[in-house]
Ligand binder design. Structure first.
Ligand code: ATP
Ligand code: MG
Length: 309
């Protein structure tokens, strides 16, 4: 388990991270979303123990990040936003080097490396030189390096930047697999749709402040005070509009095109079913009648102001 208690970082008078608190459990994939300069990298670096917090604390599996950094490092795999790899070493040598540093016993090293290569789909590149890999493959190698010591927390700072759509989709599958293995994963990005379909928790940070934290559904629900319904009719939308507009709990009816309407609706599921039945009874012949859900992008735009640090 990972717990952050009011973790804060200042540079002189400048507050880069304003005291962040949240908790993650095994298997959680946490999408850390924020614009450039919001404080993602600073937070992740503090969690990696490379940057000392100004105040506040954090524990990983019961170990305090500041007081027991060596215990914490054994349990963390950190993939920075910019990383260098060593030249003139082969892929397996590179992983072997890190496995050795992390104290993986030599009898287990081969198996551990083969597993990391297979998870990151680099088995065929095992004997290639690191500098001969494409950028996407180097990114995967960096991730493989983070796995050799079987950490419980992965800190991935913008791991998808520079990856092609296929590699992004592979990365998503890999993170889901690691989550099933019980690892906690923090993945930062400013590309929202990329995170919303596989993170079970998200946090939105702006100017060093964690504005929202929770599951994607909770966050969307919290922001959305009413439902928005989209309805399609066989006959003209104008005809339907005059009927729908005067129904209870309905506001802001607009036609979208010849056959479709949208409107705000403050009722619950029961009320929505009644409204649909009333449309049918009135002879309106609805073809589709559905709640439009906000996505993470809408939430992000609604809670952030666009201000940068
Ligand atoms: N060493 C430093 N000294 C002073 N200010 C810093 C330092 N490191 C970071 N900052 C400031 O802290 C703020 C947060 O930076 P951080 O790198 O955490 O943002 P980020 O969310 O990772 O942004 P990006 O999406 O661009 O990677 C920025 O305003 C940055 O300029
Ligand atoms: Mg960053």
């Amino acid at each position: 388990m990972l717990t952050l208690n009011n973790l804060r970082k200042t540079y002189g008078n400048f507050v880069a991270v304003k005291g962040i608190s949240f908790q993650l459990e095994p298997g959680d994939i946490f999408g850390f979303i924020g614009s450039n300069g919001a404080g993602k990298t600073t937070t992740i670096k503090m969690l990696s123990t490379l940057l000392e917090p100004t105040s506040g604390s954090a524990t990983l599996d019961g170990y305090d990040l500041e007081k027991q950094p060596m215990e914490v490092r054994k349990r963390i795999g950190y993939m920075p936003d910019f990383f260098g790899l060593y030249d003139d070493v082969k892929v397996w040598e590179y992983l072997d080097f890190f496995a050795t540093i992390y104290g993986v016993p030599s009898s287990q090293r081969k198996e551990v490396i083969d597993n990391a290569l297979s998870l990151t789909d680099l088995t065929l590149k095992k004997d290639s030189f690191v500098q001969s890999l494409s950028r996407g493959m180097q990114q995967r190698l960096c991730l493989a390096k983070c796995l050799v010591h079987n950490p419980s927390l992965l800190l991935l700072d913008e791991p998808a930047s520079g990856l092609d759509p296929r590699a992004r989709s592979d990365l998503k599958e890999l993170l889901l697999e690691l989550s099933r293995m019980g690892k906690m994963i923090i993945v930062s990005s400013h590309i929202l749709p990329e995170l919303s379909d596989f993170c079970n928790k998200v946090g939105i940070i702006e100017k060093g402040e964690l504005l929202l934290f929770g599951s994607v559904q909770e966050i969307v629900k919290g922001i959305q005070s009413h439902r928005q319904i989209r309805a399609k009719f066989i006959d003209s939308a104008d005809l339907a509009l005059s009927f729908v507009a005067v129904q209870p709990l309905v506001a802001q009816v607009k036609t979208l095109n010849e056959h479709e309407l949208t409107f705000d609706f403050t009722g619950n599921d029961e009320d929505q079913a009644q409204l649909l039945a009333a449309c049918v009874q009135a002879g309106l012949r609805p073809l589709a009648f559905s709640e439009e859900s906000l996505d993470l992008q809408d939430v992000f735009l609604s809670v952030t102001t666009g201000a940068v640090n």
